[in-house]
Design a protein around this ligand. Structure first.
Ligand code: UD1
Length: 417
């Protein structure tokens, strides 16, 4: 089993490039199902989750080919509507294929995503919305069997919570449905905007994305296009956290400031100098870190739950007491026990973690328990005295393109063994 071995407390300096966003690439690859002919996604990250999405496309009968940073998907030979159970288990977010497959083929069979590392992963909002649009969905022994009969139709959908995945599934189902759909209390995450812009480039008619209500006029068909995947805002937050915890100076290229407006003030409160430019962010963390008052994870434009763990890793060395409140997932503090092994002082109960800054962290053997929690251990390891070994790094590979090469390139001592 592979591990990351980190010799901590090395100063980082130079430039890091943010790769394409996992959470955008996945729904975009699902959306390719709807587009006739060929679609080319540029800046498509080399991540295990992206490879899993490509395998789903291949199982459906599409041709999916990677050439450097680009992935082309040709749907001319698309003929199947089953997503194999092992692929659903490998990547629970593959539920986003449901709306796309229904929109294109009218039938879909896949297994229920079940629970995951972050806690239960219900899809009640997805199912209820698709039913309102005319889908007949049977749930039997963990399998979802869906059929649209004479076709999907538009509907007025009010979400009880702005779920990212449900918003994506509804958009995907609605773009070729008959008539108009409106989604109230829609998710506003930048990845929703990226998906909507991509679909519009394929011929869809979506407006209001990035706001509370999204309007979709169904069109007859979509055609493939060339599209550039947005940069990954959580990778950006990880790089900023690494700069903070090591007291370093970094310039992070391919950064979209508008995507991280809730994150940057946290680094400023920690005492870092943060200079956002149009496509890059400079951070200097030369002074010792200070605690921040309270971080509450919220749907966008609030502080993202995905950045909670990496920022907490930086806060372990911030003088004073920081409070972190996790409002989105019920089981998202699993990195805390591992950070404790490294000498952090954190008390977590329910949705609240109290982080008391310590003068130093000490390297230890730790285990990644989920994707962002794993990245947090890497961040902590970079800022810790001595050697840290992070195991179960398959989680980290789901969302970071060889994280060790990125950090080595700016002076860290980190290798995969
Ligand atoms: C997406 C992201 C994930 C991120 C999350 C929140 C992808 C591939 N994943 O996940 O990285 O952490 O958004 O920003 O883009 N819920 C229900 N019923 C539903 C749907 C969701 O109760 O039908 C609950 C979930 O359990 C969770 C909350 O709503 O507590 C938010 O989930 P959601 O926004 O749907 O997250 P995902 O789309 O799964």
């Amino acid at each position: 089993m592979q591990r990351l071995v980190i010799d901590g407390e090395k100063k980082l300096s130079g430039e890091l490039y943010v790769h394409g966003a996992k959470n955008s690439a996945l729904p975009l690859l699902a959306a390719c199902v709807l587009a006739r002919g060929e679609t080319v996604l540029h800046n498509c990250p080399r991540l295990s989750d992206v490879y899993a999405a490509c395998r789903i496309l291949t199982c459906l009968g599409c041709k999916c080919v990677r050439d450097g940073d680009s992935v082309s998907v040709n749907t001319d030979s698309l003929s199947h509507f089953n997503v194999p159970d092992e692929l659903m288990r490998e990547m629970r977010s593959s539920i986003v294929f449901l709306g796309a497959i229904l929109g294109r083929i009218g039938r879909c069979r896949l297994s229920f995503p079940g629970g995951c590392e972050l806690g239960p992963r219900p899809i009640d909002m997805h199912i209820s919305a698709l039913r309102q649009m005319g889908a007949m969905i049977k749930e039997d022994h963990g399998i979802l069997d869906c059929d649209v009969g004479k076709g999907l139709h538009g509907a007025k959908i009010v979400l009880s919570f702005p779920s990212v995945g449900a918003t994506e599934n509804i958009i995907l189902a609605a773009v070729t449905a008959k008539g108009s759909t409106v989604i109230h209390n829609a998710a506003r995450e930048p990845e929703i905007t990226d998906l909507s812009r991509f679909l519009n480039s394929c011929g869809a008619r979506i407006s209001g994305y990035g706001e509370n209500s999204i309007y979709i006029e169904g069109v007859e068909k979509l055609s493939g296009c060339d599209y550039e995947v947005m940069p990954d805002r959580i990778v950006l937050a990880t790089y900023l956290s690494a700069a903070a915890v090591t007291g370093s100076e970094l310039t992070v290229l391919n950064s979209r400031v508008s995507d991280v407006e809730a994150i940057l003030p946290v680094f400023e409160q920690m005492g870092c100098i943060v200079c956002p430019y149009s496509d890059r962010i400079y951070i200097s963390a030369k002074r010792s870190l200070k605690a921040v008052k309270t971080i509450r994870t919220m749907p966008f434009p609030g502080f993202p739950t995905d950045a909670q763990a990496v920022v907490m890793a930086a806060l372990t060395k911030a003088k004073g007491t920081s409070i972190v409140i996790e409002n989105i997932f019920s089981n998202r503090f699993r990195h805390v026990d591992e950070l404790l092994r490294m000498g952090a002082d954190i008390k977590a109960e329910g949705k609240v973690a109290v982080v008391d800054g310590v003068n130093f962290l000490s390297g230890a053997k730790v285990r990644a328990t989920d994707l962002r929690g794993g990245a947090a251990l890497v961040v902590a390891g970079l800022g810790a005295q001595g050697t840290t070994e992070v195991s179960d790094i398959k989680y980290i590979d789901r969302g970071y393109e060889s994280i060790e090469n990125a950090f080595s390139s700016v002076g860290a001592s980190i290798k995969r063994v």
